[in-house]
Design a protein around this ligand. Structure first.
Ligand SMILES: CC(C)(COP(=O)(O)OP(=O)(O)OC[C@H]1O[C@@H](n2cnc3c(N)ncnc32)[C@H](O)[C@@H]1OP(=O)(O)O)[C@@H](O)C(=O)NCCC(=O)NCCS
Length: 200
């Protein structure tokens, strides 16, 4: 348990609490850098929407991922994040996408420690999510923070469901989604992959 003075730095969404409460929006403290958020161990990051100028930082973030993390995020192996793909991931169509990054400005150049995004399917009024937190910053609440914000964003858009494909062996993500109230279904014809979804 953290001391009270440290706990007070942490937005409610990062404190252990029932999953329903963890969907509560965190208090806004917005600046040009974004919103200041804190990990469970008290490290500060900036949460903001992804920008076209994030391409280099996103590609550096990719180089810090293990092959397993890459496979779990993209559902296939990739040795690098090609520049055109990084460009595409940083230049979003905000009518159909939201992408949040967690930016570490304690280093120079600033580094992206986590990314969460949704793609909206207008025809079905739902959105597919993906989330990534680099290993040295895992297990301190950032994956949950990103998922909360994506769920909030889907609700603001008036969507009825958020869903994503997750490998059955990806215990951290299955556990995170279970905590957040997602249901899990096997994918017919896709052994090893689960479909996780939350009705909004
Ligand atoms: C899955 C992932 C996003 C989790 O991010 P994270 O920042 O470590 O998650 P959090 O610290 O917010 O943990 C939230 C909950 O998830 C679960 N969890 C996270 N890591 C876990 C692990 N290694 N083992 C078991 N449960 C885990 C726990 O229930 C945890 O709550 P707790 O810490 O109170 O026990 C991260 O490991 C990751 O980026 N993995 C690679 C990419 C990926 O798998 N993406 C998902 C498919 S799109």
């Amino acid at each position: 348990m953290l001391p009270a003075n440290q706990r007070s730095l942490i937005p409610p969404s990062l404190l252990p609490s029932p999953s329903r409460q963890r969907f509560a929006p965190a208090p806004a403290a917005n600046t040009a850098h974004g919103e200041r958020v804190y990990t469970r161990d008290g490290r500060g990051l900036w949460l903001r929407e992804i920008e076209p100028t994030d391409v280099a930082a996103l590609r550096r973030c990719f180089t810090r991922l293990s092959p397993e993390e890459i496979r779990r995020r993209f559902l296939h192996a990739m040795s690098e994040l090609p520049a055109p793909m990084a460009h595409r991931l940083c230049n979003i169509d905000s009518t159909r996408e939201t992408a949040y990054v967690l930016v570490d400005e304690s280093v120079s150049p600033a580094e992206i420690r986590g990314v969460g995004r949704i793609y909206v399917d207008i025809a079905t009024n739902n959105a597919e999510f993906s989330v990534l937190v680099e290993h040295d910053w895992s297990r301190i609440g950032l994956g949950a923070l990103l998922m909360h914000r994506l769920v909030d964003d889907c609700r603001h858009r008036g969507l009825t469901e958020i869903w994503g494909y997750v490998l059955q062996e990806n215990r951290p993500m299955l556990e995170l989604c279970r905590e957040l109230g997602f249901t899990q279904r096997a994918m017919p014809g896709e052994p090893g992959t689960a479909l996780l979804s939350l009705q909004l």
